[in-house]
Ligand binder design. Structure first.
Ligand SMILES: [Zn+2]
Length: 54
């Protein structure tokens, strides 16, 4: 099961979610974001900002 590190939503279909969810490594920890958060925060992600700063 995937859990969004921003909004906390979950996806039971891990294989399907892997296609649409975003993944990144911050401070040595893997972070995953659902498609909705990925879209809303795409600018921050492109700017390589930590999600803590969103
Ligand atoms: Zn989310």
């Amino acid at each position: 099961m995937l859990t969004c590190d921003f909004c906390g939503t979950t996806a039971s279909d891990e294989a399907g979610a892997a296609l649409t969810w975003s993944m990144g490594v911050e401070h040595g920890r893997v972070r995953r974001f659902c498609p909705r958060c990925s879209r809303e925060h795409v600018r921050g992600m492109e700017g390589k900002l930590d999600s803590d700063a969103w």
